[in-house]
Design a protein around this ligand. Structure first.
Ligand code: SF4
Length: 455
């Protein structure tokens, strides 16, 4: 077992039995479940919308090269600048260079998982540049010195009391502050930062090829301010975020909000097509388009559909594994079913294959995905690849091949009585069954014996 797998197993064991953690997640996901259920009922033909979205994503990914070049041509014609980054280090290097050229020491950021992927904040700090998160949830986890817990709801693991305590400790606000008071305090605090920041860094939910613009969707207005106030706007975005046309937003925006939070539409939806110095907006706008392992996924035809993910978070919220072991146990940027599918390819199979095995394969993730990614099938595919590539233990391979031989042969399975079979189960499987579960006992007579007797 490698270090990453060991770490995952230990953390999962500990967190799954943490009742306080469980109660917080149950409460927060419960709120979400109700809202999403109501949201989905607004659709006359949800299945049709999902199928259309899956088709658009399939078409786009099949012609990714064409759409990315179309985006570059149109965005550049609008006055923007596009930079390509092969990997995380290159993306960081490009961004630091841009900021240093403008002598920027402080910037504001809106929530972006792509920036988490390249560890942007830590790297900016090393370069002497302070990055201030402006999404409330993200600001909270930044103050706590933590990473986002969930791709849509970064502070999902914190109760309102936890946040009040954190603010008391950091800002000396009253220890019994309400969420409204905390929000008002943060708003006041961030307003100055928006006005004084030298640059704003955002992600993008979509890149729109036909207009050469980015589409950003958010609930707090902090992304709009990060894009509008500073003189330099940098966008960090993965290559897979492209959509052929601005017209596709009427399908994707409601699907994203309904599956993400249950809202018919997220509160603020912006399309930015370039710098807007004439109207007092940024003088420069640079889009950094990141690969960082995505083309490895593109090259695998059967896995390619995973790049269609619009990061709504729905698969995390229904996943029984995620709900029990929590976001931090994964120790990856993208967590839950989609994280388990893409991380072994974007990082490496040897270190992250265990994520694909940590699944009940119940298929709920596939059922809720708005772009119809067959997540549970891709998890199975990852497992098969991990075995084929030799990343399983020799003892595991021996047990599995023996079990396959025995279970496929009626004469061998009937050879031993139930007490021998129970002994075999206890000897080989009790460790993986875990100390907290009672090993099931096989019936005295097998089905085939009972059948024969009945005849
Ligand atoms: S895989 Fe599907 S359900 Fe999961 S985050 Fe992506 S779009 Fe949402």
């Amino acid at each position: 077992m490698n270090d990453q797998t060991n770490k995952f197993n230990k953390k999962a064991e500990q967190i799954a039995f943490d009742e306080v953690h469980r109660a917080k997640i149950k409460f927060n996901i419960g709120q979400y479940d109700q809202a999403v259920l109501t949201g989905k009922q607004r659709y006359a033909h949800l299945e049709l919308a999902r199928q259309r979205a899956a088709n658009v994503k399939h078409k786009t990914l099949s012609h990714l090269d064409k759409y990315l070049v179309e985006f570059e041509t149109n965005f550049t014609a609008n006055g923007g600048k596009l930079l390509w980054a092969k990997h995380a280090e290159e993306a960081v290097e490009l961004i630091v260079k841009l900021l240093k050229a403008e002598n920027i020491k402080k910037l504001v950021k809106s929530k972006s998982m792509t920036s988490e992927e390249v560890k942007l904040n830590e790297n900016l700090e090393k370069a002497g540049i302070e990055a201030i998160e402006t999404d409330l949830g993200e600001f909270i986890v930044q103050q706590a010195g933590e990473k986002p817990y969930h791709i849509v709801t970064p502070a999902m693991h914190k109760s309102k009391e936890d946040v009040a305590d954190l603010y008391y400790e950091k800002f000396k606000t009253p220890a019994d502050s309400t969420p409204e008071e905390i929000t008002a305090y943060t708003r006041q605090l961030l307003r100055d930062e928006f006005q004084n920041a030298g640059a704003g860094i955002t992600g993008a939910n979509f890149l729109l090829a036909d207009v050469g613009g980015i589409a950003v969707t958010e609930n707090e207005g902090n992304a709009i301010m990060s894009m509008a106030f500073p003189k330099l706007h940098i966008v960090l975005v993965g290559i897979e975020k492209i959509l052929p046309s601005i017209d596709d937003l009427d399908l994707f925006w409601p699907l994203l909000s309904t599956h993400g939070t249950g809202q018919p539409m997220t509160v603020y939806n912006s399309v930015i097509t370039g710098p807007s110095a004439q109207t007092g907006g940024p003088q420069k706008m640079v889009v950094v388009v990141l690969d960082n392992g995505r083309s490895k996924l593109m090259a695998r035809k059967r896995h390619r559909s995973a790049l269609g993910c619009i990061r709504c978070g729905a698969c995390l919220n229904v996943c029984p594994v995620y709900k029990n072991i929590g976001g931090y146990t994964y120790d990856t940027t993208y967590t839950g079913p989609i994280g388990a599918v893409i991380t072994p390819h974007m990082q490496d199979m040897k270190s992250y294959k265990h994520l694909s095995f940590a699944s009940s394969l119940c298929g709920q993730c596939t059922e809720v995905c708005p772009v119809k990614i067959p997540l549970h099938e891709l998890l199975l595919l990852n497992r098969a690849e991990a075995v084929k590539e030799g990343w399983t233990l020799p003892s595991e391979r021996f047990v599995m091949s023996t079990a396959a031989r025995v279970l496929n042969s009626r004469s061998i399975t009937d050879m031993a009585g139930s007490s021998t079979k129970n002994l075999v189960l206890k000897y080989f499987f009790s460790k993986s069954w875990g100390p907290r579960r009672k090993m099931p006992k096989l019936a005295k007579k097998s089905f085939s014996q009972l059948w024969k007797e009945k005849q």
